[in-house]
Every structure is written in structure tokens, then in C-alpha cells.
Design a protein around this ligand. Sequence first.
Ligand code: UT7
Length: 325
Amino acid sequence: MPTIPAHAIGGVITGWGTALPSKIVTNDDLSKTMETSDEWIRERTGIHRRHIGGSTAELSVESGRIAMAMAGVSPDQIDALVLSTTTPDRQVPATSATVQNLLGLKCGAFDINAACSGFVYGLVVAHGLIAMGSKKVLLIGTDTLSRITDWTDRNTAILFADGSGAAVIEATTGPTQLLGWDLDADGSAEELLYAEIGGNIHMDGKEVFRRAVRIMVDSAQKSMQIAGVTAKDIALIVPHQANTRIISAACDRLGIPMERTSTVLHETGNTSSASIPLALFDAADGGPMSGRTLHEGDLVLVVGFGAGMTAASAVLRWNGKGLRA
Ligand code: UT7
């Protein structure tokens, strides 16, 4: 388990933004085209509706622009763009290249794909870039899962949706925001959740559910141990927004009550790379969807899991607009 070297240059989130397509698909809409019901989807997943539409680049540009405006940084000041996505617009080039151009950035840009854990992977990568001398990194998590969903398969179509969340992370002269992190993967489980190139998502939902709880708890405990904190210190947990029952079972095992959990999946469905930033920045914005509010100094635990099967977590000290380098 890597610990963060005491002398490493740290980072702080100075701006954030989110984007959801305007088209809303309700559970009732789905029940008109497949054998399901609003009641079943709400009870078994917690999802009420989801947003569908747009390309990965379009949603990324929207959230990225908002994050840069909030941070007060111009496109030429960004040193690197990291785009987490499992649904790139093209096989080649990386969608980050398209986004880099549309945002007018003058820096390196690359995609990372760690499925629904991707934003947390990106968070760690962004802090690594800052430790190596980058001053301002734009991190975006975007997925347009509706494009790889079989809309006749009730096992997956009720879950997946589209969205984006972005953060400007800047080098800081003050204390770093990232206190502990953990990244994990288990490729032996890849058949549980996959899409062939050009194909749709296939999922063994029950087995993914079972493993998700275990790997989220395991990863979260590692991050907390590295950060030197315990569950009682965590003001807010921001889990991957896949299923309320998964979140509730993981929080239960971690000893973190649901009142300290940010969930937006009732409004968003499972948006993969966008799921954690949508729930995190909702709380940072005072909780219009989650009803949760982040306060200066709060300890936040972000934890995801996904295809691969990846897991990732991090403990952050929320210092909003902390000191810039
Ligand atoms: O980012 C990671 C993405 N993946 C996940 O997080 C998926 C994790 N898994 C899950 O969230 C859940 O396993 C599902 C939501 C996919 C399914 O919930 P479940 O509680 O595991 O349902 P189940 O597959 O055990 O099915 C229970 C019943 C079955 O009927 P019988 O055999 O009891 O008569 C299913 O045929 O519910 C039926 N069913 C449905 N009924 C209405 C399954 N899907 C549906 C549906 N609507 N959409």
C-alpha cells in the first residue's frame, strides 16, 4: 500500500462542474418497452430516472468549461487533461484529444479507462502529475453508457445512463487534499461485466453485486488506514452510484450511516466515470440532488468499483478553494 511521501507537492480542487443531458428517461418510460416496473426498479436499485444523450466529448466540454470558469483558470493555463471514460467517441484518437481541442487547451491529454472506478483512478493520476511538477490539471469523468446499452435487456437498461463531472486540481502550497488512496483490479473477473468493441454491455448482476460490496469495503479500509483515519472521522462518503442496496451494504460494513452518504443515483442512474464526481460535486454545491452539504475541512471518502473488476478509493480533506502554489 503506497503512502504519500511527506515532501510530495500536493493538490487541491479549485473548481468543479457537472453536465447531464437534458433528455430524461423515467422508470415508467422503460416499463413501456420492457417487462419491468417503476416499483421494481426503485426498490431493487434506488433509481427513479436517468439522463440520456450527447457524446462523451460534448458532455466533457460542458463540465470542463464550468470547472475552469469556477477555478478562474484560462485554457492555456491547464498543464494536462485526464479524461476518465469507458465510452470514448472513437476507437482512435482518445476522446481527450477532441476535448482538448474544443476547450482550447494547449497541453497533453489522455484517456484512462478503469470503468466505474475511473474518476478515482484519475484523481490519483492527477495528484501524481502535480507531484511531478504540473501546476493545474483538468480531470474529467464522463460516460455515455446509453450508447453501449441493449435497450431490450432489462438486466442492464434499467441501470445505465450518461453524465459528466470535472475538476480543476491545482498544486498547493498548503496541505494536500489527498490523504490516502488505493487502486485495485482483478482481471480474472472480467467476464462478469464487459462489452466487446462495438458491442453492448453484458453483466452478471448478482455476482457483480456480491463482489462490489466486498471490494469497496476493502479498498475504503485501505485508504482510511493510509490516511490514518477511521470511519467515525469521515464526514461524507461518496460511493459509486450503482445501486442503493450496494451502497447501503458497503456503508453498513464500514460503519458509516447513510446520513453521511451522498447519493444522486435516483436522478442520474449509473453513469460510470461520472458517478462519483456527480455525487461529490452535488454535495459541494449544497446538495440539490443528494441533500448533503460539504463543509470546509470535512474528510471525504470516495470509493468506486467497476468492470475489470476495478476498485478505487481516496480520502480527501475538503478544502474547497485551498491555497494555490
Ligand atoms: O457499475 C457497476 C455496474 N453493475 C452493477 O452495479 C450491478 C450490480 N447488480 C445489481 O444492481 C442487481 O443485481 C440488479 C439490479 C442488476 C438486479 O437485482 P437483483 O436483486 O439481483 O435481482 P435478480 O437478478 O435476483 O432478480 C430478482 C427477480 C427475478 O425474478 P424471479 O426469478 O424472482 O421471479 C428476475 O427475473 O426480479 C426479476 N427481474 C426483474 N423484474 C422487473 C430482474 N430484472 C428485472 C427488472 N424488472 N428490470
